[in-house]
Design a protein around this ligand. Structure first.
Ligand code: NI
Length: 257
C-alpha cells in the first residue's frame, strides 16, 4: 500500500467529494496519508480529518507565506495541539521567496520558532523551501534541525543541495513533478538519492502528475509517480511502494500496524 506523505485534503478543492474520495483510497492501493497544515485554519481542519479517518494523520504548522497570522497565542495553540496522538509532524514550515511575502525577516523569525516547536514537541519537521535554498539550509543548520529530522517536501533544488539534506539525515519528498517533461533536475536528484531516503507525496490538490497535469491532484495519482520512480531506479513498482512506505513510517515514527 502506498503512503502519501503530504496532502491537503482540507482544501476547498475537495469540498464536494471529500468523503467519497477519502473512503475510496484503500480500494486503490493508497493505505495512508498525512494531511499537512498550512494555515491556522487548515491545522484545525487537519486535526478533525485525522480524527475522522483512521488512515489519515495530521501535521501542524504554518506555511511561510501565511506566517503573518502567527502570534504567541497561535503558537501556544499549536504547542498544545501537537500533543494530539494523530499529529505526526510540525509542518509545513520554511521559507518561500518565490511568493516572497510576508517580508523575509518575518518568514525567518517564524520558521525558527516553528523549528523550536518541533524540538520541544519531539516531532519531525516538514520543510517547504522555494527559491530560498541558502537561507533555509543556514537556518536549519544553526537551529540544529537534524535533531528533529524530517522531510524536505516537494524537493525543488539540485543534487548539491540534496546531498546537504541527506547528510543531515533528512528524507526527500518526491511527487508529480517527477513525471513532468521539464522535471529533469528532480529526476537527477531522484537518481542520486538512496532508495531509503525517498518518500512519495502528492501535495494534493496541487502538482498532479502527467497524464493528469493541470487537473486536481489526489493520492489516486501516486501510481504515476511510482512508475516513474521505478523506471529511474531500475526496480519494480512493488519495490518502490514497499520501500517508500517503509521510509514514510520511519519519517513519521509510526509503528507497524
Ligand atoms: Ni503542501
Amino acid at each position: 500500500m502506498i503512503f502519501d506523505t503530504h496532502a491537503h485534503y482540507d482544501d476547498e478543492a475537495f469540498d464536494e467529494d471529500r468523503e467519497l474520495l477519502l473512503t475510496s483510497l484503500k480500494d486503490h492501493g493508497i493505505g495512508w496519508a498525512v494531511n499537512v497544515g498550512a494555515s491556522m485554519e487548515s491545522c484545525r481542519k487537519a486535526l478533525k480529518l485525522a480524527e475522522a479517518y483512521p488512515f489519515l494523520y495530521a501535521a501542524l504548522g504554518v506555511h511561510p507565506n501565511e506566517t503573518a497570522e502567527l502570534n504567541e497565542e497561535n503558537m501556544k495553540w499549536l504547542r498544545n495541539a501537537c500533543q494530539d496522538s494523530n499529529v505526526v509532524a510540525v509542518g509545513e514550515i520554511g521559507l518561500d521567496y518565490y511568493w516572497d511575502e510576508p517580508e523575509r525577516e518575518i518568514q525567518k523569525q517564524w520558521f525558527i520558532r516553528q523549528l523550536a516547536l518541533a524540538r520541544e514537541t519531539n516531532l519531525p519537521v516538514i520543510i517547504h523551501s522555494r527559491d530560498a535554498a541558502k537561507d533555509t539550509l543556514d537556518i536549519m543548520k544553526a537551529e540544529h534541525a537534524e535533531e528533529s529530522g524530517g522531510v524536505i517536501h516537494c524537493f525543488s533544488y539540485g543534487v548539491d543541495m540534496a546531498r546537504e539534506y541527506l547528510n543531515m539525515g533528512f528524507f526527500l519528498g518526491i511527487g508529480g513533478v517527477l513525471t513532468f517533461k521539464n522535471g529533469r533536475k528532480l529526476k537527477e536528484v531522484a537518481e542520486y538519492a538512496p532508495m531509503d531516503r525517498i518518500v512519495l507525496e502528492t501535495d494534493s490538490p496541487y502538482l498532479s502528475p502527467v497524464p493528469n497535469r493541470g487537473k486536481r491532484n489526489s493520492s489516486l495519482n501516486l501510481p504515476y509517480v511510482v512508475s516513474a520512480l521505478a523506471e529511474l531506479k531500475g526496480i519494480t513498482e512493488e519495490e518502490v511502494i514497499l520501500r517508500t512506505t517503509e521510509n514514510a513510517r520511519r519519517l513519521y515514527r509510526l509503528q507497524e500496524s
